[in-house]
Design a protein around this ligand. Sequence first.
Ligand SMILES: Nc1nc2c(ncn2[C@@H]2O[C@H](COP(=O)(O)OP(=O)(O)OP(=O)(O)O)[C@@H](O)[C@H]2O)c(=O)[nH]1
Ligand SMILES: [Mg+2]
Length: 675
Amino acid sequence: MADKSNNPNAGRAPEADQPGKIRNVVLVGHTGCGKTTLVESLLLATGNLTRLGRVEDGTTVSDFDEAEIRQQRSVNLSLEPILVQQPDGAIKVNLLDTPGYADFVGDLRAGLRAADAALFVISAAEDIDGTTKMLWDECAAVQMPRAVIVTKLDNGRTDFDGVIAMCQDAFGDNVLPAYLPRLAPDGMQTGLVGLLSQCVYDYSTGKRTAAPADDDLKMEIEDQRNAFIEGIIAESEDETLMDRYLGGEDIDLKVFIDDLETAVARGSFYPVLPVNPMNGVGMTELLEVMTEAFPSPLEHRVPTVTTIDGQPGPELTCDPNGPLVAEVVKTTSDPYVGKISLVRIFSGTIVADATVHVSGHFLSDRGHDDHDADEKIGALTCPLGKTQRAIQSAVAAHSKADEDKLSQGLNRLLAEDPTLRLEHNADTHQLVLWCMGEAHLDVLLDRLTNRYGVAVDSVPVKVALRETFSSKGEGHGRHVKQSGGHGQYAVCDITVEPLPSGSGFEFVDKVVGGAVPRQFIPSVEKGVRAQMERGVIAGYAVQDIRVTLHDGKAHSVDSSDMAFQTAGALALKDAAEKAQVSLLEPVDEVAVIVADDYVGAIMGDFSTRRGRVLGSEPVGTSGRTKVMAEVPQIEICRYAVDLRSLSHGTGTFSRRYVRHEPMPSHVAEKVRAEE
Ligand SMILES: Nc1nc2c(ncn2[C@@H]2O[C@H](COP(=O)(O)OP(=O)(O)OP(=O)(O)O)[C@@H](O)[C@H]2O)c(=O)[nH]1
Ligand SMILES: [Mg+2]
């Protein structure tokens, strides 16, 4: 059998005009059975990834959501396309990884609706739960083709025969192993034996090799092989086959393979494959089942279409040139791009910028009103999940005229390029692009200029510093202008005191005897707040202070809201001159996961970045350690690049803002000198 692993670039990806070269496959199964790890392993086997991510580390392609990383399980439906090279061009398998945990069943159902075939992932370590059985029955009702994938034989409670018995009990007798596992003495699965081919596929060296089974092994597998072949024959449309087989005729293997593929595609026969997603055993065999036995969208019946007033429409087929019929499987919203929908296409071709009629009916009992509207499609994209973005760069429109075009251009880039992220920093008012590296950034800037016609400047990223009072100060604010026209009169006296970190802002009114009239007290507070936003020494927002208004003066005609706002702002600036004001810097909690050998280097490097190591702990059993530290943001602007060289490419990291802390004076002086 052809080895279809590796070699990612040998053929072009099938496009929307070749539905026969697409497989839409959903993975279902109990939480923790290994679906996400299996997707990761398939991505690796097909060369779409270079290293296996781990659910525990939050580094898999499917589980990229913050909640998924925290909970170490899938929460959302995610789509991972893989390309499987074939002699006559690539086949694209769209893998739909669903969450197994019962709370997220909505996304599971969405995945089932979008798929043409299902992989039931069964862990040898657990019983088959009620939901999985129910889903099997639902698939049976629509004759969805299925295969059963057995994981965790290495730490299973039961052996492979036990799992098969359990599966047949739950799903029926047409569930039969197509391969048997090869286990090392320590229980680890190192390969498989093909029951039809009678070949051993060995993965123990890290590469797959195939060799014919010896006579002993052939004897050992004979009963199971016969059962498998008889199962296939029972499903065969050739009624003479059974007699010929029982009569001892030497039937060509190709006949069985063809009949097997037909029965699987019809949804009446379910091969079982033992795999280990952790070390890639069985991935080539699984890819073969998906590409050869699972049907393409061409075989999926197009749902019945009606006109808006309920009249039946014409019967359609899966024709890329036909009218567009598609189902919105799931919609999420992204703060920068807007609505993103995962769409299953049954007929026609979806194109960017087209207007389509979106309709939904009969769901009012679930709180969805009828929907009938023409909507415009934005850009088309293919989700890739989480990727660690290495560098950030701020961008600014070169001129006022470019500002509108910049946001349009950025939206386009974001929609096309799943590795890009845009952040609008409310503190520094910068637009920050997070991208994969310098070369990626160059391409993005080039596209903005040449494709979208925006003149754009790339500027250094500012870290969102803050200011605070580190000692008490008195402030006098006087805004008096009484010469000519309508005068302005407002005077106020305030005391500013530092508050503990994280307290924000307090305003206290201690005015007695109406020195500042009631109606102008909020004006003073507003003026103080406005000045806090603007900063008092270096233009960064002020936080963690208490301002007490204790005195002031007003004029019966010339005082106004505006005048007291100005006086309030002046008073704060005045207090800043008399007190000590310091800079606060943002500090991130950083978690790095590296091979044990590099832990020393990582910790040493943190100390040169003014970091505090919080601790370290082993991760799993593969000789890796998680190092946690708190590090000022200003010191880790380009940490991904540095970590790559520090850990020889083995490290990954995540970071999370925790708080602002006083910046040491020598660093603050340097920052202010650079302003
Ligand atoms: N020992 C062993 N561990 C496995 C195997 N397959 C998966 N695991 C581990 O099982 C755990 C759960 O795997 P996931 O891939 O997150 O399972 P899932 O099916 O995606 O779970 P949900 O997202 O909650 O539905 C992870 O720690 C995997 O590393 C296997 O064959 N053997
Ligand atoms: Mg998962």
